[in-house]
Design a protein around this ligand. Sequence first.
Ligand code: ADP
Ligand code: MG
Length: 273
Amino acid sequence: IPADLRRNRGIRTTEVQLPDTPPVIEIRHLHKAYGQLEVLKGVDLHANQGQVISLIGSSGSGKSTLLRCANLLEDSQQGEILFCEESVKWRGTGHNRRPADASQITRIRTNLSMVFQSFNLWSHMTILQNVMEAPVQVLRRDPKEVEEKARMYLEKVGIADKADAWPAQLSGGQQQRAAIARALCMEPKALLFDEPTSALDPELEQEVIRVIKALAEEGRTMVIVTHDMNLARDVSDHVIFLHKGLIEEEGAPDALFGSPKSERLRGFLSATS
Ligand code: ADP
Ligand code: MG
């Protein structure tokens, strides 16, 4: 294989070991541009049920865009997205391509809950109300049942006692754990994390990392964008290193971090450690 082609296909440090579980997210050769700016240039990502995938790479490499494309918060111009083996239906092509089926969009968005760097809690709602909001308003679930679940998830992330507090009364770490409880309360098929610890002071990062590790251990399907190489190494089944909108290298965490093949990945890892 010629070197430039090999680069475009990325280096596969280890064969992707697909577990014997059904696929939840499949992204095939996705292209995304903002106007003239090509941000994703043919990216693949697979997450089977129970798998944890980490996305690493320099700022601007397209990590957030890929997550946002996965749950259809962004349009993409080429490539396929499948959710639980169901292909996203498109209408139009290129810059006019849009998801065609509103009920499919809702199904995908509500099943791929996102946790953002900046928490994004509603400041005018209590923590409990924040966690209950989407299941009640979007999924139209029974408020009594949702409240029970919400309290259970707050307990799980260790902030049951903050149910009636306002977001502003919580530390950053507590706010992020509330945001995780809110995502869990949707009972999604997968959780998408976009740099969940980047806005936190180092001493507060750990309490969020503990929650993410516990979720990984209980077999949740997750895609995690992170700058925290220890987190990526500890929780992932598979790590993808994105560079300028292409997969530069991917593989099992031990191989990828232990013996990176790509010069760029080696540079990236030595800059971040
Ligand atoms: P990462 O999360 O890896 O830091 P992003 O996916 O946020 O990278 O961004 C990838 C590239 O796309 C960057 O060059 C960024 O400036 C650009 N970009 C992101 N969002 C937009 C947008 N809404 N409009 C135009 N350009 C954008
Ligand atoms: Mg980002």
